[in-house]
Design a protein around this ligand. Structure first.
Ligand code: AMP
Ligand code: MG
Ligand code: MG
Length: 347
C-alpha cells in the first residue's frame, strides 16, 4: 500500500476490507450451526462469531498499524494471538484509497488514533435469526430448547419473521482522532442485493468527516415522524422517552449500527435510547458515519461522547441520534428534564 496516502485514509481503507472478512466469519459460524453462546451479563451475550470476528479485525489492523490503540468489545477472545493466515486481511479497499483526505486529518499519526470495534452488533438478533435458518422444524425446536435467550412467546413470533432479524446484524469499526469519531465502517453481513443480475450477500457502508459517505443509497427522512429504538433492551425509562416524541411510528430493531442505517436510508428520522446499555464500540462508527452524512448523535442530554482510549466504555446517558440538526433539537427538547436528570444521576 502506498505510504503517500495519508494514514487516516489507509486505516479506513483497511477497515473496509477487514469488515467484509469479519462479515464472512459471522456467516460461516452461522452456517456451521455451533454458535457457542456465552452469557456475559443480563441480556448480554457473546457467540463464536463475536469472538472470531473480533480476533480477525484486531489481528489484521494491529499487524498493519501497530501503534494504533484498538479496543474491542469482547474481553478475551480465546487463542488470542494465534490467528490463522486465512483470517488476516491486510489488503485495503482501492476506492477508499483514492479519497482526497481532508486537510485537518492529513498529519494524523498512529498514536493519535483509537479504533473501537464491535465485531457483531445485534448479537440477540443474530442468535434469534439463527434459529429461523433451521429449515427442519424438529431441528429448530431442538435448537430452541438449548437456547438461553428466548421465551416461548418470542419463539412463536420468530416463526413468522424468518430471516428478518439477521439484517439487523452489523460489524462496526469506528475510528477516532483526538477523542472525536472521524471515520467509520458499518458492514451488514446479511444484506441481500441483486447487482447486474447476480445475487450478492453483505454490504459495507463507510463515512469520513468532511468527505461524505458511501456504500448505500441515501434517502430523505420519512414525511411523518418515525422513531427507531431497541427491540431487546427496553425498560420503563426507554418507553417514557419514546412516548413523549409524538411519533407516527416506532420501529423496534436490533443493534446501534442497524438503527443508524435506518436513519441514513430514510426509514426512520430519530433514534432514541434512554438507557445506559450501549458502549463506545456501539456508537463510534455509527456516529462518525452519521456525522459525515449531515446527522448528529449525542447522549440523551445533548452532549457528545468522547472516544479517547481512557474514557469509560458505557454510554451511560443513552443515545439520541437524528438525520439532521433540527430533528435532533426537536427530540432533545421533547425529553422531560426529569428523565434527563434520572439518567445523569445514574452515572
Ligand atoms: P439494542 O438497540 O438493544 O440492539 O442495543 C444496541 C447495542 O447496545 C447492542 O450492542 C447491545 O448489546 C447494547 N446494549 C444495549 N442495551 C444493553 C443492555 N441493557 N445490556 C447489554 N447490552 C446492551
Ligand atoms: Mg453492539
Ligand atoms: Mg457486539
Amino acid at each position: 500500500m502506498s505510504t503517500a496516502v495519508p494514514l487516516i485514509v489507509r486505516v479506513l481503507a483497511s477497515s473496509v476490507s477487514v469488515a467484509g472478512k469479519a462479515g464472512k466469519i459471522v456467516r460461516d459460524v452461522m452456517s456451521k450451526g455451533e454458535l457457542g453462546i456465552v452469557e456475559k451479563g443480563k441480556d448480554d451475550y457473546q457467540t463464536e462469531a463475536d469472538r472470531s470476528a473480533q480476533r480477525c479485525i484486531i489481528a489484521s489492523l494491529s499487524a498493519q498499524y501497530p501503534k494504533v490503540n484498538i479496543i474491542g468489545e469482547e474481553d478475551n477472545p480465546d487463542n488470542e494471538g494465534d490467528i490463522s493466515s486465512e483470517w488476516l486481511a491486510v489488503d485495503a479497499d482501492k476506492e477508499i484509497l483514492s479519497i482526497e483526505c481532508p486537510s485537518f486529518l492529513k498529519g494524523v499519526k498512529e498514536e493519535d488514533i483509537v479504533i473501537w470495534v464491535d465485531p457483531l452488533d445485534g448479537t440477540s438478533e443474530y442468535t434469534q435469526g439463527a434459529l429461523m435458518l433451521k429449515r427442519d422444524p424438529w431441528e429448530r425446536w431442538k435448537m430452541y430448547l438449548s437456547h438461553p435467550l428466548i421465551s416461548i412467546k418470542w419463539y412463536l413470533s420468530l416463526l413468522q419473521s424468518h430471516y428478518g432479524f439477521l439484517e439487523h446484524v452489523t460489524v462496526l469499526i469506528g475510528i477516532s482522532v483526538n477523542e472525536k469519531p472521524v471515520a467509520g465502517v458499518i458492514h451488514q453481513p446479511y444484506f441481500k442485493s441483486l447487482i447486474d443480475g447476480e445475487k450478492k450477500i453483505g454490504r459495507t457502508i463507510w463515512g469520513l468527516q468532511e468527505v461524505g459517505v458511501g456504500g448505500y443509497t441515501a434517502a430523505p427522512p420519512p414525511d411523518s415522524l418515525v422513531i427507531t429504538t431497541t427491540r431487546s433492551h427496553s425498560n420503563p425509562i426507554v418507553e417514557k422517552a419514546l412516548q413523549v416524541m409524538n411519533a407516527s411510528q416506532i420501529l423496534r430493531v436490533g443493534g446501534a449500527g442497524y438503527k443508524v442505517l435506518q436513519l441514513l436510508e430514510g426509514v426512520a428520522s430519530i433514534y432514541v435510547f434512554a438507557s445506559p446499555g450501549c458502549k463506545k464500540w456501539d456508537t463510534c462508527a455509527p456516529e462518525a458515519i452519521l456525522n459525515a452524512a449531515g446527522g448528529k448523535l449525542t447522549d440523551i442530554l445533548g452532549n457528545y461522547y468522547k472516544y479517547g482510549a481512557s474514557v469509560t466504555k458505557p454510554n451511560k446517558t443513552g443515545v439520541l441520534a437524528a438525520v439532521n440538526n433540527d430533528l435532533h433539537t426537536y427530540a432533545l427538547n421533547r425529553i422531560p428534564q426529569e428523565l434527563k436528570d434520572k439518567l445523569a444521576s445514574s452515572k
